[in-house]
Design a protein around this ligand. Structure first.
Ligand code: TYM
Length: 341
Protein backbone atom coordinates (compact mmCIF):
# COMPACT_ATOMS: atom_id res chain seq x y z
CA UNK A 1 0.00 0.00 0.00
CA UNK A 2 1.36 3.41 -0.95
CA UNK A 3 2.14 5.82 1.87
CA UNK A 4 3.96 9.16 1.93
CA UNK A 5 6.28 10.20 4.74
CA UNK A 6 8.43 13.31 4.99
CA UNK A 7 9.88 15.57 7.64
CA UNK A 8 11.31 19.00 8.33
CA UNK A 9 13.72 19.90 11.12
CA UNK A 10 12.60 22.47 13.69
CA UNK A 11 15.78 24.53 13.53
CA UNK A 12 15.67 28.25 12.78
CA UNK A 13 13.37 29.74 10.17
CA UNK A 14 11.97 27.83 7.24
CA UNK A 15 12.96 29.38 3.92
CA UNK A 16 11.79 29.37 0.33
CA UNK A 17 13.91 26.29 -0.44
CA UNK A 18 12.14 24.29 2.27
CA UNK A 19 8.82 25.51 0.96
CA UNK A 20 9.30 24.96 -2.78
CA UNK A 21 11.50 21.86 -2.51
CA UNK A 22 9.41 20.16 0.15
CA UNK A 23 6.39 21.61 1.99
CA UNK A 24 4.54 22.90 -1.08
CA UNK A 25 4.88 19.46 -2.62
CA UNK A 26 3.69 17.78 0.59
CA UNK A 27 0.42 19.64 0.13
CA UNK A 28 -0.14 18.36 -3.40
CA UNK A 29 0.55 14.74 -2.43
CA UNK A 30 -2.38 14.70 -0.02
CA UNK A 31 -4.73 14.31 -2.99
CA UNK A 32 -3.04 11.11 -4.12
CA UNK A 33 -1.81 9.28 -1.03
CA UNK A 34 -2.25 8.90 2.69
CA UNK A 35 0.46 11.22 4.04
CA UNK A 36 2.46 11.53 7.25
CA UNK A 37 4.31 14.80 7.87
CA UNK A 38 6.68 14.94 10.78
CA UNK A 39 8.45 17.71 12.67
CA UNK A 40 11.74 15.92 13.29
CA UNK A 41 12.77 17.20 16.70
CA UNK A 42 15.01 14.19 17.42
CA UNK A 43 17.04 15.10 14.35
CA UNK A 44 17.21 18.75 15.41
CA UNK A 45 19.21 18.02 18.57
CA UNK A 46 22.05 16.38 16.62
CA UNK A 47 23.43 19.90 16.80
CA UNK A 48 22.87 22.00 19.93
CA UNK A 49 19.40 23.55 20.26
CA UNK A 50 18.35 25.98 22.92
CA UNK A 51 15.34 24.25 24.54
CA UNK A 52 13.05 27.30 24.40
CA UNK A 53 13.93 27.88 20.76
CA UNK A 54 13.39 24.19 19.94
CA UNK A 55 9.85 24.37 21.30
CA UNK A 56 9.18 27.55 19.32
CA UNK A 57 10.68 26.13 16.15
CA UNK A 58 8.50 23.03 16.53
CA UNK A 59 5.45 25.30 16.67
CA UNK A 60 6.75 27.29 13.71
CA UNK A 61 7.20 24.26 11.47
CA UNK A 62 3.77 22.96 12.48
CA UNK A 63 2.27 26.35 11.66
CA UNK A 64 4.08 26.40 8.30
CA UNK A 65 2.71 22.95 7.47
CA UNK A 66 -0.85 24.05 8.21
CA UNK A 67 -0.53 27.50 6.63
CA UNK A 68 0.87 25.92 3.44
CA UNK A 69 -2.26 23.80 3.19
CA UNK A 70 -1.52 20.50 4.90
CA UNK A 71 -4.83 19.34 6.32
CA UNK A 72 -4.23 17.72 9.71
CA UNK A 73 -7.47 15.80 9.49
CA UNK A 74 -6.58 14.12 6.22
CA UNK A 75 -2.84 13.85 6.82
CA UNK A 76 -0.96 13.00 10.00
CA UNK A 77 1.04 15.91 11.43
CA UNK A 78 3.12 15.24 14.56
CA UNK A 79 6.48 15.69 16.22
CA UNK A 80 8.90 12.81 16.02
CA UNK A 81 9.93 12.49 19.69
CA UNK A 82 6.35 11.69 20.67
CA UNK A 83 6.28 8.40 18.79
CA UNK A 84 8.87 6.13 20.38
CA UNK A 85 9.02 3.77 17.38
CA UNK A 86 11.37 6.25 15.65
CA UNK A 87 14.08 6.04 18.30
CA UNK A 88 13.62 2.31 18.83
CA UNK A 89 13.84 1.42 15.16
CA UNK A 90 16.77 3.80 14.74
CA UNK A 91 18.69 1.75 17.32
CA UNK A 92 18.07 -1.43 15.36
CA UNK A 93 19.17 0.34 12.17
CA UNK A 94 22.34 1.54 13.94
CA UNK A 95 23.12 -2.17 14.06
CA UNK A 96 22.19 -2.77 10.41
CA UNK A 97 23.93 0.18 8.71
CA UNK A 98 27.70 -0.06 8.26
CA UNK A 99 30.23 2.56 9.36
CA UNK A 100 31.48 2.67 5.78
CA UNK A 101 28.05 3.67 4.51
CA UNK A 102 27.77 6.51 7.00
CA UNK A 103 31.33 7.65 6.32
CA UNK A 104 30.26 8.43 2.76
CA UNK A 105 27.42 10.80 3.77
CA UNK A 106 28.24 14.24 2.39
CA UNK A 107 25.79 16.03 4.71
CA UNK A 108 27.65 14.73 7.76
CA UNK A 109 30.92 15.99 6.33
CA UNK A 110 29.38 19.41 5.67
CA UNK A 111 27.68 19.72 9.03
CA UNK A 112 30.53 18.32 11.11
CA UNK A 113 33.00 20.59 9.33
CA UNK A 114 36.65 20.46 10.25
CA UNK A 115 36.15 19.60 13.90
CA UNK A 116 34.75 16.12 13.31
CA UNK A 117 36.02 14.80 16.65
CA UNK A 118 33.66 17.23 18.32
CA UNK A 119 30.51 16.41 16.31
CA UNK A 120 27.80 14.57 18.24
CA UNK A 121 27.52 10.82 17.72
CA UNK A 122 23.89 11.53 16.84
CA UNK A 123 24.95 13.63 13.85
CA UNK A 124 26.87 10.65 12.50
CA UNK A 125 23.95 8.22 12.81
CA UNK A 126 21.41 10.86 11.69
CA UNK A 127 20.64 8.99 8.42
CA UNK A 128 19.76 5.82 10.34
CA UNK A 129 17.12 7.75 12.27
CA UNK A 130 15.82 9.11 9.00
CA UNK A 131 15.53 5.56 7.64
CA UNK A 132 13.66 4.65 10.82
CA UNK A 133 11.25 7.58 10.32
CA UNK A 134 10.35 6.32 6.89
CA UNK A 135 10.38 2.58 7.47
CA UNK A 136 8.48 2.67 10.77
CA UNK A 137 5.51 3.40 8.51
CA UNK A 138 6.69 1.22 5.60
CA UNK A 139 6.41 4.43 3.59
CA UNK A 140 6.74 4.03 -0.17
CA UNK A 141 7.14 7.65 -1.30
CA UNK A 142 9.23 10.43 0.25
CA UNK A 143 9.03 13.94 -1.21
CA UNK A 144 12.24 15.86 -0.48
CA UNK A 145 14.66 18.37 -1.96
CA UNK A 146 17.70 17.25 -3.89
CA UNK A 147 19.98 17.48 -0.84
CA UNK A 148 18.28 14.49 0.81
CA UNK A 149 18.85 12.12 -2.10
CA UNK A 150 21.87 10.41 -0.59
CA UNK A 151 20.03 9.82 2.69
CA UNK A 152 17.20 8.15 0.82
CA UNK A 153 19.64 5.89 -0.98
CA UNK A 154 20.94 4.88 2.43
CA UNK A 155 17.37 4.19 3.54
CA UNK A 156 17.02 1.73 0.68
CA UNK A 157 20.35 0.11 1.56
CA UNK A 158 19.19 -0.35 5.15
CA UNK A 159 15.82 -1.77 4.06
CA UNK A 160 17.53 -4.14 1.68
CA UNK A 161 20.13 -5.33 4.19
CA UNK A 162 17.48 -5.87 6.86
CA UNK A 163 15.26 -7.81 4.43
CA UNK A 164 18.29 -9.85 3.39
CA UNK A 165 19.87 -10.49 6.80
CA UNK A 166 16.54 -11.63 8.24
CA UNK A 167 15.19 -13.30 5.10
CA UNK A 168 14.88 -16.77 6.63
CA UNK A 169 13.22 -15.44 9.71
CA UNK A 170 10.89 -13.26 7.63
CA UNK A 171 9.90 -16.25 5.52
CA UNK A 172 9.21 -18.35 8.61
CA UNK A 173 6.96 -15.56 9.91
CA UNK A 174 4.99 -15.58 6.67
CA UNK A 175 6.57 -12.63 4.82
CA UNK A 176 6.91 -12.92 1.04
CA UNK A 177 9.98 -12.50 -1.16
CA UNK A 178 10.07 -8.73 -0.71
CA UNK A 179 10.63 -8.92 3.02
CA UNK A 180 9.12 -6.40 5.43
CA UNK A 181 10.53 -3.06 4.29
CA UNK A 182 9.68 -1.48 0.92
CA UNK A 183 12.26 0.06 -1.41
CA UNK A 184 11.15 3.62 -0.72
CA UNK A 185 11.10 5.99 -3.66
CA UNK A 186 12.42 9.51 -3.29
CA UNK A 187 10.13 12.03 -4.97
CA UNK A 188 12.49 14.80 -6.06
CA UNK A 189 10.50 16.64 -8.69
CA UNK A 190 9.62 20.01 -10.08
CA UNK A 191 11.56 23.14 -10.98
CA UNK A 192 12.82 23.91 -7.45
CA UNK A 193 14.39 20.76 -6.00
CA UNK A 194 17.51 22.74 -5.20
CA UNK A 195 16.81 26.42 -4.56
CA UNK A 196 20.05 28.38 -4.51
CA UNK A 197 21.20 31.35 -2.45
CA UNK A 198 20.01 34.73 -3.77
CA UNK A 199 23.54 36.07 -3.29
CA UNK A 200 25.53 33.20 -4.82
CA UNK A 201 24.12 30.82 -7.42
CA UNK A 202 26.65 28.15 -6.54
CA UNK A 203 25.42 27.76 -2.94
CA UNK A 204 22.24 26.13 -1.72
CA UNK A 205 19.71 28.38 0.01
CA UNK A 206 20.11 27.37 3.64
CA UNK A 207 19.12 28.21 7.19
CA UNK A 208 22.72 28.24 8.29
CA UNK A 209 24.01 30.79 5.74
CA UNK A 210 25.12 33.90 7.64
CA UNK A 211 23.61 36.46 5.24
CA UNK A 212 19.85 36.82 5.69
CA UNK A 213 19.70 38.42 2.23
CA UNK A 214 20.69 35.05 0.77
CA UNK A 215 17.30 33.53 1.53
CA UNK A 216 13.61 34.35 1.72
CA UNK A 217 12.27 33.25 5.09
CA UNK A 218 8.66 32.19 5.39
CA UNK A 219 8.43 34.77 8.17
CA UNK A 220 9.54 37.64 5.89
CA UNK A 221 6.87 40.26 5.20
CA UNK A 222 5.93 41.53 1.74
CA UNK A 223 8.41 44.44 1.74
CA UNK A 224 11.27 42.20 2.82
CA UNK A 225 10.45 39.61 0.16
CA UNK A 226 10.33 42.26 -2.59
CA UNK A 227 13.55 43.85 -1.38
CA UNK A 228 15.48 40.56 -1.30
CA UNK A 229 14.36 39.71 -4.84
CA UNK A 230 15.25 43.18 -6.08
CA UNK A 231 18.73 42.79 -4.63
CA UNK A 232 19.23 39.20 -5.77
CA UNK A 233 22.43 38.66 -7.69
CA UNK A 234 21.96 38.30 -11.47
CA UNK A 235 23.96 38.72 -14.67
CA UNK A 236 23.40 41.57 -17.15
CA UNK A 237 21.97 39.42 -19.99
CA UNK A 238 18.25 39.22 -20.79
CA UNK A 239 16.51 35.90 -20.10
CA UNK A 240 16.91 33.29 -22.85
CA UNK A 241 13.85 31.88 -24.60
CA UNK A 242 14.97 28.28 -24.16
CA UNK A 243 16.22 26.18 -21.24
CA UNK A 244 19.57 25.60 -22.92
CA UNK A 245 20.27 29.30 -22.58
CA UNK A 246 20.28 29.03 -18.77
CA UNK A 247 23.35 26.79 -18.79
CA UNK A 248 26.21 28.47 -17.01
CA UNK A 249 23.84 31.15 -15.63
CA UNK A 250 23.21 29.77 -12.14
CA UNK A 251 21.54 32.89 -10.72
CA UNK A 252 19.20 33.33 -13.68
CA UNK A 253 18.38 29.61 -13.64
CA UNK A 254 17.57 29.83 -9.93
CA UNK A 255 15.17 32.77 -10.27
CA UNK A 256 13.41 31.14 -13.22
CA UNK A 257 13.05 27.92 -11.22
CA UNK A 258 11.62 29.83 -8.26
CA UNK A 259 9.13 31.59 -10.52
CA UNK A 260 8.09 28.31 -12.14
CA UNK A 261 7.58 26.58 -8.78
CA UNK A 262 5.57 29.49 -7.35
CA UNK A 263 3.40 29.59 -10.47
CA UNK A 264 2.98 25.78 -10.62
CA UNK A 265 4.47 25.70 -14.07
CA UNK A 266 7.71 24.71 -15.79
CA UNK A 267 10.87 26.67 -16.47
CA UNK A 268 10.14 26.25 -20.19
CA UNK A 269 6.81 27.99 -19.78
CA UNK A 270 8.40 30.84 -17.81
CA UNK A 271 11.03 31.34 -20.51
CA UNK A 272 8.37 31.25 -23.22
CA UNK A 273 6.77 34.19 -21.42
CA UNK A 274 9.86 36.17 -20.31
CA UNK A 275 12.54 35.18 -22.85
CA UNK A 276 14.23 38.26 -24.24
CA UNK A 277 13.29 40.41 -21.26
CA UNK A 278 15.82 41.74 -18.78
CA UNK A 279 15.83 41.33 -15.02
CA UNK A 280 14.46 44.85 -14.64
CA UNK A 281 11.20 43.40 -15.94
CA UNK A 282 11.48 39.87 -14.56
CA UNK A 283 12.39 40.69 -10.97
CA UNK A 284 9.33 42.85 -10.25
CA UNK A 285 7.11 40.13 -11.76
CA UNK A 286 8.82 37.51 -9.58
CA UNK A 287 8.52 39.71 -6.49
CA UNK A 288 4.83 40.24 -7.12
CA UNK A 289 4.22 36.51 -7.56
CA UNK A 290 6.29 35.63 -4.47
CA UNK A 291 4.37 38.11 -2.33
CA UNK A 292 1.06 36.89 -3.71
CA UNK A 293 1.90 33.31 -2.67
CA UNK A 294 3.90 33.87 0.50
CA UNK A 295 2.19 36.83 2.19
CA UNK A 296 -1.12 35.06 2.94
CA UNK A 297 0.85 32.11 4.27
CA UNK A 298 2.90 34.41 6.43
CA UNK A 299 -0.32 35.93 7.88
CA UNK A 300 -1.75 32.49 8.56
CA UNK A 301 1.47 31.33 10.24
CA UNK A 302 1.38 34.33 12.57
CA UNK A 303 -2.22 33.60 13.45
CA UNK A 304 -1.43 29.94 14.17
CA UNK A 305 1.70 30.60 16.21
CA UNK A 306 -0.28 32.94 18.43
CA UNK A 307 -2.31 29.91 19.53
CA UNK A 308 0.24 27.27 20.56
CA UNK A 309 -2.48 25.34 22.37
CA UNK A 310 -4.14 24.59 19.07
CA UNK A 311 -0.83 23.51 17.50
CA UNK A 312 -0.11 21.25 20.48
CA UNK A 313 -3.51 19.62 20.06
CA UNK A 314 -2.81 18.99 16.37
CA UNK A 315 0.56 17.41 17.21
CA UNK A 316 -0.88 15.25 19.99
CA UNK A 317 -3.68 13.97 17.79
CA UNK A 318 -1.22 13.30 14.95
CA UNK A 319 1.14 11.44 17.26
CA UNK A 320 -1.64 9.15 18.45
CA UNK A 321 -2.57 8.32 14.86
CA UNK A 322 1.08 7.87 13.82
CA UNK A 323 1.64 5.55 16.75
CA UNK A 324 -1.28 3.37 15.68
CA UNK A 325 0.50 2.71 12.39
CA UNK A 326 4.06 2.44 13.67
CA UNK A 327 3.53 0.41 16.85
CA UNK A 328 2.38 -2.83 15.16
CA UNK A 329 5.15 -2.53 12.54
CA UNK A 330 7.74 -2.05 15.28
CA UNK A 331 6.29 -5.00 17.16
CA UNK A 332 6.78 -7.16 14.06
CA UNK A 333 10.33 -5.89 13.64
CA UNK A 334 11.08 -6.95 17.21
CA UNK A 335 9.73 -10.45 16.56
CA UNK A 336 11.78 -10.68 13.38
CA UNK A 337 14.93 -9.69 15.23
CA UNK A 338 14.17 -12.20 17.98
CA UNK A 339 13.44 -9.88 20.88
CA UNK A 340 11.10 -11.36 23.46
CA UNK A 341 8.03 -9.15 23.28
P1 TYM B 1 15.58 19.90 6.37
O1 TYM B 1 14.85 20.23 7.61
O2 TYM B 1 17.00 20.35 6.22
O3 TYM B 1 14.80 20.43 5.10
C1 TYM B 1 13.43 20.15 4.92
C2 TYM B 1 13.14 19.89 3.46
O4 TYM B 1 13.51 21.02 2.67
C3 TYM B 1 14.33 20.61 1.59
N1 TYM B 1 15.29 21.69 1.28
C4 TYM B 1 15.42 22.26 0.08
N2 TYM B 1 14.79 22.04 -1.09
C5 TYM B 1 15.13 22.81 -2.14
N3 TYM B 1 16.08 23.78 -2.07
C6 TYM B 1 16.75 24.04 -0.92
N4 TYM B 1 17.66 25.00 -0.85
C7 TYM B 1 16.43 23.25 0.23
N5 TYM B 1 16.86 23.23 1.51
C8 TYM B 1 16.16 22.28 2.13
C9 TYM B 1 15.04 19.38 2.09
O5 TYM B 1 15.51 18.57 1.03
C10 TYM B 1 13.93 18.69 2.87
O6 TYM B 1 13.11 17.95 2.02
N6 TYM B 1 16.88 15.12 7.00
C11 TYM B 1 15.79 16.00 6.62
C12 TYM B 1 14.55 15.86 7.51
C13 TYM B 1 14.06 14.45 7.65
C14 TYM B 1 13.35 13.70 6.70
C15 TYM B 1 13.06 12.44 7.33
C16 TYM B 1 12.92 13.94 5.39
C17 TYM B 1 14.18 13.68 8.76
N7 TYM B 1 13.58 12.47 8.57
C18 TYM B 1 12.37 11.44 6.65
C19 TYM B 1 12.24 12.93 4.72
C20 TYM B 1 11.97 11.69 5.34
C21 TYM B 1 16.27 17.44 6.73
O7 TYM B 1 17.22 17.73 7.40
O8 TYM B 1 15.49 18.32 6.10
Amino acid sequence: TPRVFSGVQPTGNLHLGNYLGAVRRFVAMQDEYPCIYCVVDLHAITVWQDPVELTQATHNVTAAYLAAGIDPKRSIVFNQSRVTAHAELAWIFNCVARMGWLNRMTQFKEKAGKDRENASAGLFVYPNLMAADILAYQATHVPVGEDQKQHLELTRDIAQKFNHDYSERLASLGYGEDGMFPMTEPIIQGPATRVMSLRDGSKKMSKSEASDASRINLTDDADMIAQKIRKAKTDPEPLPSELKGLEGRAEADNLVGIYAALANTTKDAVLAQYGGQGFSAFKPALAELAVEVLAPMNDEMRRLVADPGHLDAVLADGAARANEIAAPILHDVKRVVGFVT
